[in-house]
Design a protein around this ligand. Sequence first.
Ligand code: AMP
Ligand code: MG
Length: 348
Amino acid sequence: MRYSTTMTSRWLIVVLLCIAATFAISPSLHAEELSKTDFVLGTVCTVRLLEGGSKATLDESFSRLRTIEDHMSANRDDTEISQVNAMAGKTPVKVSEDTFYVISKALEYARLTNGAFDPSVGPLVKLWNIGNGDEKVPPTEKILAAKALVDWRQVVLDATTRTVFLKKPGMALDLGAIAKGYAADEIEKILLNHKVKAAVIDLGGNVFVFGSKKDKSPWRIGIQNPESERGEYLGIVSGGQMTVVTSGVYERYFIENGKRYHHIMSTQTGFPVDNDLISVSIVSKSSIDADALSTVLFVLGIEKGMEFLKQFPDTYAIFIDKDHNVYLSPGAGKVFNLQDKSYRYAEK
Ligand code: AMP
Ligand code: MG
């Protein structure tokens, strides 16, 4: 039995799958397998149950994804995050436990990175509006004005009232770098409750492989080759239950005067990060950390990123630069295998 979506959303899925950066390679769809795909959290999400679980498992998973979108999207004006943003400089806003948790976690990464990762990046994200068509480089004074509003220290959380307050008018939160990771971890909990034995969660390229396959063979997750069609991978991550999350410049970008402007912002310059990296993939047990870390390491670059990662045990990084060099964090060679001969391992 296969639980499928409408034709329109299926068409959208085909289009959007072309930009996903990470994807599960194994195994092929079986007749008895349950799978559901839908457009949530601004991307195409699929949950495949390979062993155990039921249609109710899939429905609960997608209803959880919708709740997370209803709470955390910055692209709709009826979410908790939009409420917080609308009340910037005015009054604190009470939010749900999950929104409060994800903001706390994002602020923790902001503190650890001294603001290189910053969930208050909203004004810059809105100004550049990358990935929505019709983009151009904004005027310098607008970039400077937006950058001046980005400051995680001006985000006030009150755990007793569960409120969030942005101190300056015009400030705005954007949880795009971390919310999908949180969502994948939440689905993991649902799968555990439903006694699922093996499943693949793919939230727009944030891949989580859950449990173990019947034949006990390792999971295989492909890292997209940034220069070719989807499905052509540059390398494979293999192992037991894990999550692989990639941040890359080829997901959302525009080109002006021959220069690529992508969606990961430098809070220092107000421009997209400009450091020769094409992508950073993180392998971890926790998807919220992998999601935050893929963005963090992209912003920090190879040397500082490798140093930063030392605080996270059993977490690996694969950096790819525009000259086809692949840099592995210590231990990543145990899980990652380079496939594409036009790329080579390098060290800094
Ligand atoms: P990801 O694809 O997980 O690396 O997340 C990229 C998204 O995170 C962007 O589309 C923005 O919504 C947001 N973002 C961009 N720059 C930053 C930054 N420096 N810190 C935190 N979030 C960011
Ligand atoms: Mg991320």
